[in-house]
Design a protein around this ligand. Sequence first.
Ligand SMILES: Cc1cc2nc3c(=O)[nH]c(=O)nc-3n(C[C@H](O)[C@H](O)[C@H](O)COP(=O)(O)O)c2cc1C
Length: 216
Amino acid sequence: MTPHTEAGRGPDGAHGFAVAALSGREGALAAIYERRAVRAYTDEPVARDQIKVLLDAAIHAPSAVNSQPWAFVVIQEPELLTRYDEEAGSLFLAEPPAAEVANSGLPALDALRKVISSTGYVLFHHAPALVVIYSTSAGGVSDCFLAAENLMLAAWAIGLGTCPIGLATPLFNQPEVKAELGISPEWSVALPIVAGHPSGQVPPTTRQPVHVVTWR
Ligand SMILES: Cc1cc2nc3c(=O)[nH]c(=O)nc-3n(C[C@H](O)[C@H](O)[C@H](O)COP(=O)(O)O)c2cc1C
């Protein structure tokens, strides 16, 4: 990131875009456009300090009346990741998709069920770290999603990859799993997100054109 200069002024005294560039604002756009859902990771663990960067970025998200209705679980133990991965997969295969799974961003859930049951598809994509964001208030899930995006953009900024794992949401809402993780029964999962060092390049994804209905 380029250094900040005297407030409101670049080194040449210019205002506006030059100042924005100097303060690293263009980096925010780069993160937005270049972040991808990463589904292949190296074995390299994520350092605790890197996880702290992600969590700190997450809690700097805006929230309604600054309520900050989020709490985090971080899982890096390989055995626990494997167990939860398997349990999340079994739950997904056994239960009809809940609303949050249906909205998981994966278009072909039936096809995915076949893949998971027949090929040993791994929900967590072998990532070495998982952060589960819980909403600590009934209306806090939307705030938590802003925190989630902050977390993912920060990960991109420090060279990590992330992938939201909506398919694991039902598992982390199970009472016994919440109890094991020290999560209050009243809190609900906003989004599990895996993180790690990307293995290879992720090709760009497409977006539909902006759908502006009214612009008056
Ligand atoms: C709420 C939500 C849940 C998602 N759940 C999963 C998931 O369970 N597994 C997965 O591989 N990707 C998941 N994704 C990632 C999306 O598939 C991905 O963001 C989308 O295909 C666009 O790709 P991009 O993020 O690289 O732009 C999820 C994304 C969101 C926003």
